[in-house]
Design a binder for this molecule. Structure first.
Ligand code: NDP
Length: 279
């Protein structure tokens, strides 16, 4: 049976470390404030935003809440971002995605100052990641690196297959694994022979957004399996992109859903907020 990679425990460790760092920075007169903008009241977004605010409170960061109506115009949202970019009390700006359809999410991402882009989505920060420069890194992939490292899993020289190529998970994930000296293959919906390819992975990272898609047939015995997906099954229980029951019998280590990658995303957001205090 696979070792369970405990994201809840590891994310708590990170939050404790950050709490300490915030305390020390406050002693030096440094304060941090994260502006959290939500447009509309999508129930899932409300849960995510609340969890982010709670995490801020826990580690000692002020969260400034901007709850805008569903019919907010793009112009008004961009004006608010501009104001927050100029506000020296605000270190980080986060716009909860998705935004309503009258707003272009890409324009919003580009409007946030790269120095306050704690989500790590701005093209300047993505570019920095590509060329190996310091910058904010997308929280979910950064959290996966922490999970692997803090679980003592070696990355260098391993063959890592990342399934999914989204801008917020798959692509930055592949770049981070490359930075850690893995040999990386990125698979997507047009990839041929996906099963055979996944079976070659020492580390398989799955972010395809399809419930329980990856079965034991995709797994090499002893592989490390990271499941990014998050869904509700027919019984309203949370599940991932990986069929946990059967895959955990073959893998050497695996992340559960819930309690794997999910808690790490918020921990790394807090990490980015603390980093923004030191900029
Ligand atoms: P996207 O839908 O943006 O991307 C999915 C990717 O999977 C695409 O690149 C797509 O390929 C690929 N894909 C889809 N079907 C297949 C297939 N049959 N075979 C191979 N590749 C396929 O999703 P995200 O990256 O945003 O998220 C992925 C999952 O992770 C979701 O379940 C999401 O809810 C979850 N998530 C969880 C987070 C957490 O904190 N735990 C944070 C962020 C996301 P193509 O590009 O060709 O279309």
């Amino acid at each position: 049976m696979a070792e369970i990679i405990d994201g809840k425990k590891i994310s708590q460790e990170i939050k404790e470390e950050l709490k300490e760092r915030v305390l020390r920075l406050k002693e030096q007169g440094k304060e941090a404030a994260l502006a959290v903008i939500q447009v509309g009241d999508d129930p899932a977004s409300c849960v995510y935003v609340n969890n982010k605010k709670k995490a801020c409170q826990y580690i000692g960061i002020t969260s400034l809440s901007y709850e805008l109506p569903e019919d907010t115009t793009e112009e008004d949202l961009l004006a608010l971002i501009d104001k927050l970019n100029k506000d020296t009390r605000v270190n980080g700006i986060l716009v909860q995605l998705p935004v309503p359809e009258q707003i272009d999410a890409d324009k919003v991402i580009r409007a946030i100052s790269p120095q306050k882009d704690v989500d790590g989505f701005h093209p300047e920060n993505v570019g920095r990641l590509v060329i190996g420069e310091e910058g904010f890194v997308s929280c979910t992939p950064a959290g996966i690196i922490e999970l692997l490292k803090r679980s003592g899993i070696e990355i260098a020289g391993k063959h890592c297959v990342v399934v999914g190529r989204s801008n917020i998970v798959g692509k930055p994930m592949a770049l981070l694994m490359l930075r850690e000296n893995a040999t990386v293959t990125v698979a997507h919906s047009k990839t041929q022979h996906l099963k055979e390819l996944c079976k070659e992975a020492d580390i398989l990272i799955v972010a395809i957004g399809k419930p329980q898609f990856i079965t034991a047939e995709y797994i090499k015995e002893g592989a490390v399996v990271i499941d990014v997906g998050i869904h509700r099954n027919e019984n309203n229980k949370l599940c991932g992109d990986v069929k946990y029951e059967e895959v955990s019998k073959l893998a050497s280590a695996i992340t559960p859903v819930p309690g794997g990658v999910g808690p790490m995303t918020i921990a790394m957001l807090m990490h980015n907020c603390v980093a923004s205090m030191q900029m």
